[in-house]
Design a protein around this ligand. Structure first.
Ligand code: TPP
Ligand code: SF4
Length: 343
């Protein structure tokens, strides 16, 4: 590794006793030159995986000392193969179901240490990264408890829409008609039979200070939302869209294009919910709301992914139509709630 790269990649070091308030910067070149990302090269996530891009972008929004909590899943298993680690910040792995409980405990301990003068830092942020299996399904109880108790934690869900690490099983985040190994598509089943759980709206229902959605393609929007989530006093939840080329069956070079198509078709709208303000559309989704002609048919999202290939068969036209109706209904519902949508 050249000296220049060594400077860029390494541990994020914070001296005890110093106050850190790293400014929010949205200039990519400056960020690339001046910031060390929290995730380091050499991890074993698949080429084309969106998860490390999300982590890298999120860490560009960090304010100072930060502790990461990682639920079991691809991001965890592929970054910490013993005796190595790809993490440049303090990082803890816990069981699949309790990332939010672990983060709650860390946040409570930090508070107690600060109160008794043992912390050594003005502030330490706590951030969770967890997959959809660990969030929509098995970790929901711990997440709900963390939200209800009001822990000052930013929880970032990377949603690759199935249990990928264990072999592409369907989760509560898998969309209707998607093929997975436990929702096979064929003569008997059309893929997953159920809708996607509205996880971000479920977090809004907890009335925590900040909830938002983001994709790595809309990178400035993502970085801004991570910073807002960190600055919110209390729990914050960020639902990020995380294409998985292995499970969704697409070429490794179109990850970002898939994110763009997800937003352009309104399959994955970009919004934030701020307590006291309500739902606000952001970035490309706000542009589409103002100019509905920009909204693309769901086929544009589906046609580049093998997990939906059965939907393109003539005999399954009705399924594609149903998927379009589902996406339209969720989008229309959001437009009605968004306070900045044109009336
Ligand atoms: C209690 C428990 N049940 C099952 C498992 C096995 N397991 C490990 S990771 C995983 C899937 C994780 O899926 P997700 O949270 O979506 O993350 P991804 O692997 O997709 O990144 C499962 C089922 C486990 N570790 N613990
Ligand atoms: S299986 Fe999917 S989510 Fe897991 S590392 Fe590979 S691309 Fe990423």
């Amino acid at each position: 590794m050249s000296e220049r790269r060594e400077e860029h990649y390494g541990l994020l070091r914070f001296e005890r006793g110093r106050h850190y308030e790293m400014p929010l910067d949205l200039n990519l070149r400056r960020l690339a030159e001046s910031r060390r990302p929290a995730i380091l090269p050499g991890h074993r996530l698949c080429a084309g995986c969106a998860a490390p891009i999300i982590v890298k972008l999120a860490s560009l929004a960090f304010r100072g000392p930060t502790i990461l909590v990682n639920a079991t899943g691809c991001l965890e298993v592929a970054t910490t193969i013993f005796p190595y680690t790809s993490w440049g910040v303090p990082w803890i792995h816990n069981a699949f179901e309790n990332a939010a409980a672990t983060a709650s405990g860390i946040e409570a301990a930090l508070k107690a240490m600060k109160r008794t003068g043992r912390l050594g830092y003005e502030r330490v942020d706590v951030v969770v990264f967890a997959g959809d299996g660990g969030t929509f399904d098995i970790g929901l109880q711990a997440l709900s408890g963390m939200a209800e108790r009001g822990h000052d934690v930013l929880y970032i869900l990377y949603d690759n829409e199935a249990y990928m690490n264990t072999g592409i099983q369907r989760s509560g985040g898998t969309p209707p008609f998607a093929w997975t190994t436990t929702s096979p598509a064929g003569r008997v089943l059309p893929g997953k039979m159920q809708e996607k759980k509205p996880i971000a709206d479920i977090m809004v229902a907890h009335r925590i200070p900040y909830v938002a959605t983001a994709t790595p393609a809309h990178w400035a929007d993502l970085i801004r939302k991570v910073r807002k989530g960190l600055e919110a006093e209390g729990p914050a939840f960020l639902h990020t869209f995380s294409p998985c080329d292995r499970g969704w069956r697409f070429d490794t070079n179109i990850t970002i294009e898939i994110c763009r198509r997800a937003v352009d078709t309104c399959y994955f709208p970009l919004w934030e919910w701020v307590r006291g303000k309500g739902y606000l559309l952001t970035d490309r989704s706000l542009t589409i709301a103002r100019n509905p002609r920009l909204k693309k048919p769901i086929k544009k999202f589906v046609e580049v992914q093998g997990r939906f290939k059965h939907l393109l068969k003539p005999e399954n036209k009705h399924l594609l139509k149903q998927l379009q109706e589902y996406v339209d209904a969720v989008w229309e519902d959001l437009l009605e709630r968004a306070v900045n949508a044109p009336r």
